[in-house]
Design a protein around this ligand. Structure first.
Ligand SMILES: Cc1cc2nc3c(=O)[nH]c(=O)nc-3n(C[C@H](O)[C@H](O)[C@H](O)COP(=O)(O)OP(=O)(O)OC[C@H]3O[C@@H](n4cnc5c(N)ncnc54)[C@H](O)[C@@H]3O)c2cc1C
Length: 386
């Protein structure tokens, strides 16, 4: 009888683990079932491209049915409860048991009613709002941390800058970022913060660092109030919504401090704190690693998850993969791109106060890299280019 691997979540984490396990273990050894409440999976970084009209929604999302190409079963169902003590998962399609469970349910966004680029539908609303503003004040507000892809609000600001610049309206539209961090990119270290502050100044983008989390106390139709009491009027606001762990995780004993808790990420162990047969990976666990919510980060540690999973399920040893927790974020600035590549390993091991980051300065090649990454992502994970 094959061992049962149950994967919750068909986003970046669930897809990487399903594919990488299947590359080593055949269906006769491990039966893999992936569950997601949606029947499509998105390349989230391209929500920005949807907002600015570079992509249609169907170009940044593909059917999850494609996992069947890798010999992985797909069930469209909402996970309602996880009961690790009894190795059971309750879903809208019934109850599932497992020999090993991977929880990759990501982070959930809480709707504030404002458009943003952290989900697909609200990105289409950004696309509607942008042309309506021909003069005035556009605010990009980060409600609270953590949220998916820490540099993405800055990318949204830079693309907004480019949007109005190319329409000859930039001098009529003021752009402000409101953020919990006092300085942009502060979490990447003082040099990064200095560099990004200078770059935003050069673009004429105002940055209001509130220095409190949550940064926003109240949100009105045309005004927001920061946690420090500053009132900011706007003609349009794109608000990065608060993020939370999905309820089935919060209501189980897999959670600590509001997020799933991996056992010892500094040593490559992403088993849950309490259960040997449950792995918690990706955004749902990121704050407890602690790293930013980024698909590239979870890809960097996936060999450890796969190696431990196969040892648990089949008793085979793949040896110890090299251990590096790294993340890359390619930012589109309009005509060109920039990239940040960070090694979080010394930070996660508490050897350094910041990750080691390298920045690729603005260049058209970096923008091409971002576009290529989008195509490679689906092709690599699901064998399809939308
Ligand atoms: C604008 C933007 C730009 C980004 N840019 C970058 C970048 O440049 N580099 C980078 O590394 N990362 C980037 N990211 C972050 C990256 O997309 C995420 O970190 C990554 O998708 C996390 O993968 P995950 O598997 O943990 O969660 P997700 O990909 O969010 O997948 C979670 C899955 O679980 C499913 N799910 C949730 N709850 C349930 C339930 N109860 N039942 C069933 N299914 C459920 C969801 O439908 C979803 O499919 C960006 C994100 C955004 C929004």
């Amino acid at each position: 009888m094959p061992k049962k691997l149950l994967v919750l979540g068909g986003g970046t984490g669930g897809l990487i683990i399903s594919k990488e396990v299947r590359e080593i273990a055949g269906p006769g050894e491990v039966e893999i079932t992936l569950i997601d409440k949606k029947d499509r999976t998105d390349f989230r970084p391209s929500y920005l491209y949807v907002a600015f009209g570079y992509r249609k929604p169907e170009q940044v999302s593909v059917p999850l049915e494609y996992v069947k190409r890798h010999g992985v079963n797909f069930v469209k169902a909402e996970v309602k409860a996880i009961d690790p003590a009894n190795r059971k998962v309750k879903t809208t399609a019934g109850e599932f048991t497992y020999d090993a469970l991977v929880v990759a349910l990501g982070a959930e966004t809480v709707d504030t009613g404002f458009p943003h680029t952290w989900e697909l539908e609200p990105s289409l609303k950004v696309a509607e709002v942008l042309p309506q503003i021909r003069q005035g004040h556009v605010v990009i507000g980060v409600y609270s941390m953590p949220y998916r892809c820490p540099p993405a609000p800055i990318e949204l600001a830079m693309l907004t800058h480019f949007y109005y610049l190319t329409r000859g309206l930039r001098d009529k539209v003021k752009i402000t970022v409101v953020h919990p961090m006092k300085r942009p990119f502060e979490n990447f270290g003082p040099m990064a913060a200095k560099w990004m502050s200078g770059f935003l100044q050069q673009l004429g983008v105002e940055y209001i660092g509130v220095g409190q989390n949550p940064a926003i106390k109240a949100l009105g139709k045309n005004e927001l109030e920061t946690a420090t009491g500053e009132k900011i009027k706007f003609d349009a606001a794109f608000i990065v919504p608060p993020h939370k762990a999905p309820d089935p995780v919060l209501n189980s004993d897999l959670a600590k401090n509001g997020w799933a808790a991996p056992r010892s990420p500094a040593n490559g162990d992403f088993r849950s704190e309490k259960y040997d047969d449950v792995y918690v990976i990706g955004d749902v666990a990121a704050p407890n690693v602690p790293v930013g919510m980024a698909g590239t980060i979870l890809h960097s540690y996936s060999p450890w998850v796969v190696s431990n999973l196969l040892a648990d399920l089949l008793g085979v040893s793949l040896g110890k993969p090299p251990f590096r927790i790294v993340g890359t974020c390619a930012l589109d600035v309009g005509a060109y791109g920039m990239a940040a590549a960070c090694d979080f390993t010394p930070f996660v091991k508490k050897l350094k106060p910041y990750p080691d980051c390298m920045f690729l300065p603005p260049s058209p090649v970096t923008r091409m890299f971002k576009e290529m990454f989008e195509k490679i992502y689906f092709n690599w994970l699901l064998g399809v280019v939308p």
